[in-house]
Ligand binder design. Structure first.
Ligand SMILES: NC(=O)c1ccc[n+]([C@@H]2O[C@H](COP(=O)([O-])OP(=O)(O)OC[C@H]3O[C@@H](n4cnc5c(N)ncnc54)[C@H](OP(=O)(O)O)[C@@H]3O)[C@@H](O)[C@H]2O)c1
Length: 313
């Protein structure tokens, strides 16, 4: 389904173990309300966001708002471990880890189930049969309704799908006007520049052919085209920010809606995940679908070529 998704990575305060406070819960409540006002009903989490505090503050908002759980869909992720056993990051898609991590997320979110569980990153040590067994158990227990993945190639999804009893429904990848490997790899076939991009070829096509929604994280490009003012912007970044502002004026909308509309115009049916915690910026995204429908082919290409800073072949 093509829609804008609210990414909760910015909620819950610091990434340290320091506990969250009432101001963090208020911030989450304001962000959730702004997202609902913008027509957003799917909320993206991960067990690790802000060391569990993104889920915890969201859970407090859910508990304090009767009927909210029924109005929204919740997605969370497991598979990454942070700051454990002397390692900054390692991956863990073992059966025990999946079961334990989902239980932790449900507890923090104060809910009985998540609508979608994403496997956050491929774990080289994972056994697809073991993953399938854990996911099957979680579904049978009613804790998880659907399974998706994140940062996976077509071949990796296919290998997993062979073992699963239910279809993979989503693949979350970094995709934006700034991070364009997904798009460049589609056109730089048989071209020397293809070596500059590492996106696994055929993944977009595999997902669309198999009904797997492509969810785009980083879709607002961290604000560099909409006023975030990076320290030393490249000439392509500065020119793109100017173009985004011009087009926002022309389409009677915000720069954020131009960025998201540009992604959503792609026929793969991309669902952008927005990570701003600022209620005004969340509201600025509400027009994205209209922009996607209205944006001309010429403007779509102009944005792409300006962002890449050189002509396409
Ligand atoms: N699957 C994965 O591996 C993965 C990885 C990363 C993220 N995600 C998901 O995707 C979501 C979105 O990703 P993201 O947060 O990295 O990307 P994003 O939506 O492109 O960027 C959001 C960040 O940019 C800032 N920002 C946006 N516009 C701005 C502006 N005009 N001026 C100043 N700052 C601005 C926001 O700050 P403010 O809050 O102040 O607006 C926020 O810190 C996350 O919340 C998470 O749910 C998934």
């Amino acid at each position: 389904m093509q829609e804008v998704i609210y990414g909760c990575m910015g909620l819950g305060g610091s990434w340290s173990d320091e506990p969250h406070n009432a101001a963090h819960v208020d911030q989450a409540a304001a962000a959730v309300q702004a997202a609902l006002d913008a027509g957003i009903t799917l909320f993206d989490h991960a067990d690790i966001y802000r060391s569990g505090k993104a889920e915890a503050v969201f859970g407090e908002v859910l508990a304090a708002t009767p009927g909210l759980r029924e109005r929204i869909r919740l997605q969370t992720k497991c598979g990454i471990r942070l700051n454990e056993r002397g390692l900054k990051t390692h991956y863990d898609l073992s059966r025990e880890a999946i079961l334990e991590r989902v239980d932790g997320s449900l507890k923090r979110l104060q809910t009985d189930y998540v609508d979608i569980l994403l496997l956050h990153r491929p774990d080289p040590l994972a056994d697809p049969a073991e993953v399938a067994s854990a996911v099957g158990q979680l579904m049978a227990e009613g804790k998880v309704r659907q399974l998706g993945v994140s940062n996976m190639s077509a071949a990796q999804i296919e290998a997993l799908q062979d073992r699963l009893e239910t279809p993979v429904v989503a693949n979350q990848l970094e995709m934006s006007l700034l991070k364009r490997a997904w798009l460049e790899s589609q056109v730089l076939v048989n071209h020397a520049e293809h070596l500059d991009y590492s996106f696994p070829h055929g993944t977009l096509e595999y997902c669309t052919r198999n009904g797997i929604t492509l969810q785009a994280y980083g879709s607002l490009a961290k604000g560099i085209y909409t006023g975030a003012e990076p320290e030393s912007p490249t000439s392509a970044e500065a020119a793109t920010a100017e173009l985004v502002a011009d087009l926002a004026g022309e389409y009677g909308t915000s720069g954020e809606a131009i960025l998201l509309g540009w992604l959503m115009k792609h026929p793969a049916g991309i669902a952008p995940v927005i990570g701003t915690a600022n209620p005004d910026r969340i509201g600025a995204c509400r027009d994205a679908e209209r922009v996607a429908r209205a944006m001309t082919r010429a403007h779509w290409y102009e944005l792409w070529v300006t962002a890449r800073g050189s002509n396409i072949p």
